[in-house]
Design a protein around this ligand. Sequence first.
Ligand SMILES: O=C(O)CCC(=O)C(=O)O
Length: 211
Amino acid sequence: MSQNDLFIFDEVPLQSVELIELEDGDILWARHFYDPDTALQLYSRLQEEIPWRQDSIRIAGRDTPIPRLQAWFGDPGLTYTYSGLTLEPTPWSATLSRVREQLEDYSGARFNSLLANLYRHERDSVGWHADNEPELGTNPVIASLSLGGERTFQLKHRQHPERKLALELRSGDLLIMKGALQHHWLHQIPKARQPAQPRINLTFRKIVTRS
Ligand SMILES: O=C(O)CCC(=O)C(=O)O
């Protein structure tokens, strides 16, 4: 199968797309944006080709490894800073450029950077946070693609933490988060209680001001 065959995908059927309208932000959930076979092949390719790194952040004066592997891709000069960590962009690979193009066509948004996460097993996670770094501007559109193992994506409202949502994300699923969501809601991938297969998550973003 050639690289081009691998990434052809059909229109996502309307019945697989759910628009979750929250009073202060929207989530579009396209189940199986990539069909399971394509998603698996994409997972294998990215698992191999991405230069995964184990980063650490400083917590209470100690360097603490974050519970997942990461990589940052972007147009030249687009560094990404969070929790005192500055990531220099890796240039786009052919595979990631193609995925970016398809997500841009589908969402109508433009992306110039990507944070890739590899959750190696059920003990890897990302804690409550919002993608609200100043360089993403007001009301960013974030496209988040899941590949590999299934994991729970949880959301909770900042001001009303009793408002919660949990989405079971499967391989090939795409979430598009938009509107004021990042200002009012936090999200996380908690550690799982059951064994979980490795999972890659790609979150495409647009940096509007250089950090
Ligand atoms: O793995 C996920 O689905 C979420 C990743 C995430 O929240 C992030 O990269 O900001």
